[in-house]
Design a protein. Structure first.
Length: 128
């Protein structure tokens, strides 16, 4: 399957001008660190930065709750600190889900741009 995709990519590059081929190469697959960096460079990059700062604050709160949970012997306090730990974990998980969904959205947008480029190339060839 990968060889087929590489062959298709080569055929597309042959049909493109040099500028279009360079743009097509920029739309290629990214590794996990490039995807994560893309979240911070997009339109909602400021929100991703704020959410990561909030995530660090919640991590500090989580550590505080764990220490308090381990230092108490009263059942009601154990339940309260345990609930606080659970809530912190839920918040942290939701923030991480937001970042992963943004990475997935960026992947989908990149593939749509590749498709648009392929369609534009095919329509130009058909018109010529």
């Amino acid at each position: 399957m990968k060889n087929d995709n590489e062959k298709i990519d080569e055929l597309i590059k042959e049909a493109l001008t040099q500028e279009e081929a360079k743009f097509y190469d920029e739309l290629g697959e990214q590794n996990i660190f490039e995807k994560l960096g893309g979240v911070f460079r997009g339109k909602l990059g400021w929100l991703a930065i704020i959410m990561n700062l909030v995530n660090l604050i919640i991590l500090g709160l989580l550590i505080f709750c764990i220490v308090q949970f381990l230092n108490t012997n009263v059942t009601n306090e154990l339940i309260e600190w345990g609930t606080a730990i659970f809530v912190c974990l839920i918040f942290m998980g939701m923030i991480k889900l937001f970042v992963w969904m943004q990475m997935d959205k960026n992947d989908i947008l990149r593939e749509l741009k590749r498709l648009e480029l392929q369609i534009a190339t095919l329509s130009n060839k058909k018109n010529d």
